[in-house]
Write a protein that binds this ligand. Structure first.
Ligand SMILES: *Cc1c(COP(=O)(O)O)cnc(C)c1O
Length: 356
């Protein structure tokens, strides 16, 4: 069976050797040595200064909204994973959708300003498939209207834009270390923020504990545990290999589809990308469904990331988002992982070519 991704696993020995340190200290969570080491490792590798490891990639979104004191309307993208929208609603705010750019697939920055009202408190946009939003334009709009900026950067591990980590843009960025993501801790994630917000974010992810008996504000439990951090530390040494292998697969796809009538992701200039997904956009949903059916017969299971368009969720007002809806219906992420065989890539490519 070939899925859209395959979790990269270190050897069990490597994992256990690291985990043993948690056993030795008899310490499973609450900022053990492994979580601290993982945070330090990631800060150095990514070139970010304020990073808090968390138990998944969704809580950092919720914590950011809560800790920044956001209220009312939050401008967001309809083309993302459901967690982007659900976190806004979960925190009692109202998502206001702005349609996406048809090629970059990120929020269309030229349409943001008309969506701003006196109730708008922030912009929460996704760097879709690791492709940066127009961060400069968004920053200028936020400044002008006094809005906070949160980036759902779940896909952005290792991506740099204009020479620095994409996580360094915006007030807060969040990342996911879920097993299906580029770098993973099984379940896990991180919040990266400007220095002035780190203390508040930290308190919010640990029940508001400011020492054992003192509470500073409302908090929740977003802590990463030692077994999660151990997985991260065991996977981490492979990151260069993971990137190289994924680039090779993506290059095979690129070459195969070069002259085909198939829309590929346009990466924004000045970006060093991480090959986290390989989306293709068909002419029609029918084409996509035919391809999926033919692939499924061969036990190949691509995924419809992202479908449906989030403005059509039943718990949000369904304002029409023509571009996002049209693309959601036609986009498919192809299998992309370390160890995907040339032979299998060829099957995937041939099936797509014979159906478009
Ligand atoms: C995976 C993902 C999330 C959620 O991360 P979890 O670690 O699964 O909670 C949020 N946003 C986007 C865009 C994602 O792809």
């Amino acid at each position: 069976m070939i899925n859209v991704t395959k979790t990269f696993l270190p050897t069990q020995d490597e994992y256990q050797a690291i985990l043993k340190r948690a056993w030795d200290t008899n310490w499973m969570t609450n900022r053990g040595v492994l979580v601290q080491e993982l945070e330090d490792t990631l800060k150095t590798y990514l070139g970010v200064s304020n990073l808090i490891a968390m138990t998944n990639g969704t809580l950092p979104l919720q914590i950011a909204i809560k800790a920044l004191g956001l209220k009312g309307e939050i401008i967001t993208t309809p083309f993302s994973y459901v967690a982007t929208t659900s976190s806004i609603v979960w925190e009692g705010c109202t998502p206001v959708f702005v349609d996406i750019h048809p090629e970059y697939l990120t929020i269309d920055e030229t349409k943001i300003e008309t969506a701003i009202t006196p109730n708008t408190s922030a912009i929460l946009a996704t760097h879709v498939f690791g492709n940066p939003c127009h961060v400069e334009a968004i920053e200028a709009i936020a400044k002008k209207h006094n809005l906070k900026v949160i980036y759902d950067a779940a896909h952005c591990f290792g991506v740099t834009y204009k020479g620095q980590s994409l996580f360094n843009y915006g007030d807060v960025s969040t990342c996911s270390f879920h097993a299906t993501k580029l770098f993973h801790t099984g379940e896990g994630g991180a919040l990266i923020c400007k220095p002035e917000f780190e203390r508040t974010m930290y308190l919010h992810h640990n029940f508001g504990h400011d020492g054992p008996d003192v509470f500073k504000g409302l908090g929740v439990n977003g802590k990463m545990s030692e077994p999660q951090a151990a997985m991260g530390l065991a996977v981490f040494p492979y990151m260069d290999l993971i990137s190289e292998e994924r680039e090779k697969v993506a290059t095979v796809y690129n070459d195969a589809f070069e002259d085909e009538d198939l829309q590929l992701l346009k990466i924004r200039k000045h970006t060093s990308w991480n090959y986290c997904y390989y989306p293709v956009i068909f002419k029609t949903e029918n084409q996509l469904l035919k391809v999926v059916k033919a692939l499924n017969v061969k036990s190949i299971f691509p995924r419809r990331y992202f479908y449906p368009s989030l403005n059509t969720l039943d718990y949000v007002g369904d304002k029409v988002m023509p571009i996002s809806e049209a693309i959601s219906k036609r986009v498919l992420c192809l299998p992309l992982y370390v160890g995907l065989k040339k032979m299998d890539i060829k099957i995937i490519v041939d099936i797509i070519k014979s159906n478009i």
